[in-house]
Design a protein around this ligand. Structure first.
Ligand code: ATP
Ligand code: MG
Length: 884
């Protein structure tokens, strides 16, 4: 076997199949396009469905690829088995109705065993085939495989329900009994059994049947080949590594992690190794997923990402790594993968930012969450139970962002399980609350069956017409019942055609009226939604009788529609302006088009500066001033994408799509209603911009009349200021405000100066007020000062002037009290001590103090006691004199 790097192995696989006439397809994004059934691309074939189901005929029926794949169902295996990751690369060769079993098997054998290629020892290779697949068995014999190396295994049949299916054949590498985790004679010890000795490296699927809805399997007209070889596994064999992780694909990541962990070393303690492996795996998975456009959030792909980042971070903590660290591994991952996947290094800064901010978010909530979790775990144990409540798990999820699975893992470590049903129920309740909070959104749930059965076609003619005189009422529903007439109250109506737009793509539904043939208004249209079969379902309040089969005039509120139209086109302009200013990676994350405003959510990690915001606003307005015609083009999805139209990943588009094109500036797939010319938008103003959660920001904006009114409002604020500051014109307001500010500062300074002077004066006056107490001349007062420093200042003056024998000062500073006592030499000679006096009186102000014989001070929290403290001091001095 040759020594090769992972990059060489990948390249050799592709080169081999290229030499056999295959076209090399680049890896597709991890995020499935036009495939709502998949969360992540999880194999090579997942990206080629369009060829396999006959939707598109490829130019070359032979295809080969290295495909990025994510399998979250393997997450628990990571680090525990030698062969699983969440992120891995699948090498594959594919035949779309071209070669079949015989050639596929011959190719696999040649690649694996030929000295020119991988050069494996045939003795080490084992095959499994489906027991009834005699052809595959024969084909393996023909290339020279010994019968003792072919196993018939029942579950070698690939079937995912209705659609293509067929037997498969797996190829195993024998790592030797010395690498096994079961005994030689264990019943699981065979290729395909649960063991570590026989490693599955490649799976060849012979897609030859069509699985029919009635359960029968019939021959497919075109038979296909689809194979998958895990790059990490084949590299582990070639680099003679005990697991996938001791290869050049992972070791640099593990080493970088070791450096951060100060005292933990890889391969010294099995528990630590699991953590190192999880971190290395998750670092790759999240770097690639974010590079392909996923962002952490609380559902779907975003949730997977959040879970992976947080799980990796926790494992870092297990290795003694503090704080955010996973993001630091991105350059390491990028460098390893650079030759075939330059995208990670190219977007390194962005990817790091996303991971880092998610790690920081996690740190913020982690401590609180762990406290709660530990309290809950203790409570469960104390109560003698072994099940953590679903509610606790949900609270951790909802409030602290703990992925459910993480709570389960933690609980498991403590020997507890989690009540999943309880968790699901709490989650369902939460969703229900969210649904209700959304207010008057129409619920279709209870009516589904009735509406699902309605097949009458209904055409939307509202792109060009707002008032359609003859619309036939085809279906009439009142309180979930199909009826033939209605006289008043709420009803839902379907017409053969309608100008009313049904809510879709963020654009709200039209409102308007329905008239009968006499021209009387019979109903108000309040909402329009799509029925299950696509018809526009009008939610109306009936004012006069309506009858099924009759024709009516449907009139959309033209002013409402006009405003919506402007805001929708402005939304497209904004979308593009954001990309121009913030970068191409900025993606739409939600949008709402109302008549009075528009709201646009988009992915963005950084704060947007005032300057950027102004620039975005400027760009949109420039497109308005340029009076650009807005074109709509009806075409098929593929052509639309070729044109470069922007489509949303999550949206389902039909075969026919509508492209909205604003010159070269913007082109998006969109079914909404738009202005004919950007000039109609008039004016565009951003009203607010803020963050709405991890990596998503929201802009609210207005156009035309509302933009004008917004400006008027802003100006009126300014005019109010103008009046207040008595500026002759608006434009002189800033200078006037500056002038007033300067004046204010000068005045404040003067005021402070006078206050100081006054305090000095009072202090001086105070030193003139000497009273004899016993044998001593005493000055005592509560001084109007701001703190102890002032009291000491007065004491200095007192000393210089030799103003009396004893000085006793108190001061109230906000809600605190200060005391100072000073005595001169004469008094000291007679045995009077400042420290003694302070100690005796400080309790009155609720504090303590001390000092020298000549000067002592105290602070306390009870200013109300100041007077009493002074009084006490005088009594003390008086008594002292008496004793003498
Ligand atoms: P296993 O039983 O080992 O999980 P599988 O039957 O799920 O494998 P397939 O769906 O046949 O695997 O995928 C084809 C190939 O992709 C496998 O032979 C293997 O080399 C690779 N592979 C599958 N899952 C993973 C994974 N989680 N990590 C790394 N490689 C994988
Ligand atoms: Mg598997």
């Amino acid at each position: 076997m040759k020594k090769m790097t992972s990059a060489q192995v990948r390249q050799m696989f592709l080169d081999f199949f290229k030499s056999k006439g295959h076209a090399v397809e680049p890896s597709a994004s991890l995020i499935p396009k036009d495939d709502p059934t998949l969360l992540w691309i999880n194999s090579g074939v997942a990206t080629l469905k369009k060829y396999f189901d006959g939707e598109i005929i490829p130019q070359n029926p032979r295809i080969t690829s290295a495909q990025k794949s994510i399998r979250t169902n393997d997450i628990e295996n990571v680090g525990k088995t030698a062969r699983h990751q969440t992120f891995f690369e699948m090498l594959g060769n594919f035949s779309v109705g071209d070669y079949f079993k015989k050639e596929a098997i011959a190719y696999a054998w040649e690649l694996l065993t030929s000295p020119e290629w991988f050069d494996f020892d045939p003795e080490r290779l084992y095959m499994t085939v489906y027991p009834k697949d005699d052809a595959a068995y024969q084909n393996w014999l023909e290339v020279g495989v010994q019968p003792s190396h072919i196993f018939k295994v029942e579950d070698n049949f690939w079937d995912i329900g209705v659609g293509p299916s067929g037997p498969d054949s797996e190829i195993f590498y024998d790592r030797g009994q010395e690498n096994n985790d079961v005994e030689e004679n264990d019943p699981e010890n065979y290729p395909g059994g649960e063991n570590a000795r026989y490693l599955e490296i490649w799976n060849i699927v012979f897609s030859q049947f069509n699985h029919l809805p009635d359960g029968r399997f019939v021959d497919q007209p075109h038979k296909n080949i689809d194979t998958g070889m895990g790059l990490e596994r084949i590299v582990s064999v070639i680099q003679d590594a005990p697991t996938n992780f001791e290869t050049d694909l992972f070791l640099p990541i593990i080493q970088a992690t070791e450096k951060m962990s100060a005292h933990k070393q890889y391969a010294t303690n099995p528990a630590d190794d699991v953590a190192f492996k999880i971190i290395a795996d998750h670092a790759r998975a999240v770097a690639f997923a974010i590079g392909d456009g996923a962002i952490p959030s609380n559902e779907g792909r975003g949730y997977v990402l959040r879970r992976l980042i947080r799980r990796a971070n926790l494992n870092g903590q297990r290795l003694g790594i503090q704080g955010a660290f996973l993001y630091k591994l991105v350059p390491v991952v990028g460098k390893i993968m650079q030759s075939y996947y330059p995208e990670v290094l190219a977007q390194q800064d962005f990817i790091q930012k996303v991971i880092r901010s998610e790690e920081q978010r996690f740190a913020d909530t982690l401590e609180d969450g762990l406290d709660l979790l530990n309290t809950e775990i203790k409570a469960v144990k104390d109560s003698g139970s072994s099940v953590l409540s679903g509610e606790a798990a949900f609270k951790l999820f909802d409030t602290y962002g703990f992925p459910y699975e993480l709570t389960v893992e933690y609980a498991q470590e403590e020997g507890l399980s989690v009540d999943q049903a309880g968790f699901d129920a709490a989650m369902e309740k939460q969703k229900e609350r969210a649904r209700q909070a959304r207010g008057n959104e129409q619920s279709m749930a209870s009516q589904d069956q009735l509406l699902m059965d309605i097949q009458t076609p209904s055409q939307f003619v509202g792109y060009t017409q707002l008032d359609v005189p003859k619309c036939r009422l085809e279906n009439l529903i009142v309180q979930d019942q199909a009826v033939s007439s209605v006289t008043k109250g709420s009803a839902q109506l379907i017409f053969d055609q309608t100008p009313f737009y049904a809510e879709m793509g963020g654009q709200v539904a039209d409102v308007g009226i329905i008239k009968d043939q006499q021209g009387d208004v019979v109903a108000q249209v309040e909402d329009v939604q799509h029925a299950p079969n696509g018809q526009n379902l009008h939610y109306v309040t009936v004012q006069k009788p309506l009858e099924k089969g009759a024709t009516y005039e449907l009139i959309v509120d033209a002013n409402f529609r006009k405003k919506v139209r402007r805001n929708h086109t402005a939304t497209h302009l904004l979308d593009q302006a954001l990309r121009n200013v913030l970068g191409k990676h900025t993606q739409q994350a939600g949008s709402l088009v109302e008549p009075n405003y528009l709201r646009f959510d988009f992915t963005c990690l950084d704060k947007i500066s005032a300057q950027q915001l102004a620039q975005i606003e400027q760009i949109v307005n420039e497109q308005i001033w340029q009076e650009i015609p807005v074109e709509t083009i009806e075409t098929d999805l593929e052509s639309a994408k070729k044109m470069g139209a922007i489509a949303l990943f999550d949206n389902k588009y039909g075969d026919q799509v509508r492209v909205v094109k604003i010159s070269d500036f913007s082109m998006e797939l969109c079914g909404g209603t738009h202005v004919k010319n950007t000039a109609e938008i008039g004016l565009f103003r951003i009203v607010s911009e803020a963050s709405t959660g991890a990596g998503v920001r929201r802009i609210t904006a207005v156009t035309s009349q509302e933009a004008f009114e917004y400006d008027q409002q802003q100006i009126s604020y300014l005019q109010q200021v103008q009046q207040q500051v008595k500026a002759p014109q608006l434009q002189s307001v800033p200078a006037k405000v500056e002038q007033l500010n300067t004046e204010l500062k000068t005045t404040q300074k003067q005021l402070q100066m006078f206050k100081n002077k006054l305090a000095q004066k009072t202090a001086q006056d105070l030193l003139n007020n000497v009273t004899p107490v016993g044998n001593f001349q005493v000055i005592q007062a509560i001084a109007p000062v701001t703190g102890m420093a002032d009291l000491r200042q007065i004491a200095d003056n007192w000393k210089n002037k030799n103003a009396s024998d004893v000085l006793i000062l108190g001061a109230k500073v906000q809600d605190k009290a200060n005391l100072l006592v000073a005595v001169n030499q004469k008094a000291i000679d007679q045995g009077l001590q400042a420290g003694t006096i302070i100690k005796a009186i400080a309790s009155e102000i609720g504090g303590g103090g001390g000092g020298r014989a000549d000067l002592a001070q105290a602070g306390g929290k009870n200013p109300a006691g100041l007077q009493k403290a002074l009084q006490k001091a005088l009594t003390l001095i008086n008594n002292w004199s008496a004793v003498k």
